[in-house]
Write a new protein. Structure first.
Length: 127
C-alpha cells in the first residue's frame, strides 16, 4: 500500500544518527543522503526517509500520527527499542511487550525520535 514514509527533522545529522542506530538493530543498512539532503533507508522492500521540511518552516511531529516499523521477532522489537533509547529517543506509553489489539495479538514498543515523531516497533505473530 505504501511506497515510503517521510518524517521531518530540524537536524539531519542528529536524526541520521538516531535512525542509523534504530534501523541497525533490525539489520538494515545506514541511511544514504541524497542530493537534496534527505536521508533514505531501504530495507525489505520498504523505504523510510527523513528531511528538513521543503517549505522552510520548522519540523514538528504529527499530532495523532504514528509510524509503524515491522520487526521479525519480539527480540527484534526489544533491540529496536533499546537502540532508539541509546541514540536519543524517548520511551513512551507502556513498556515493550505483548498486547491484544483489535487486529489480534502483537508485541510492540513505542518511542519518540529526537524531533518528537512517534514510532512503533511491531511484531505480529503468525496465527
Amino acid at each position: 500500500m505504501f511506497t515510503h514514509v517521510m518524517v521531518g527533522t530540524n537536524d539531519i545529522k542528529r536524526a541520521k544518527h538516531f535512525y542509523d542506530a534504530l534501523f541497525a538493530a533490525l539489520e538494515a543498512p545506514p541511511g544514504r543522503i541524497d542530493d537534496k539532503g534527505r536521508v533514505a533507508y531501504v530495507h525489505k522492500g520498504a523505504a523510510f526517509m527523513i528531511s528538513k521540511p521543503i517549505d522552510g518552516q520548522p519540523a514538528c511531529h504529527a499530532n495523532g500520527g504514528t509510524v509503524g516499523i515491522a520487526c521479525d521477532t519480539p527480540g527484534a522489537v526489544d533491540a529496536w527499542h533499546q537502540a532508539g533509547l541509546a541514540a536519543g529517543g524517548t520511551s513512551i506509553e507502556d513498556p515493550p511487550g505483548p498486547r491484544q489489539t483489535s487486529f489480534g495479538p502483537a508485541y510492540l514498543a513505542y518511542l519518540r525520535d529526537p524531533d518528537g515523531n512517534k514510532l512503533c516497533g511491531l511484531h505480529r505473530p503468525k496465527q
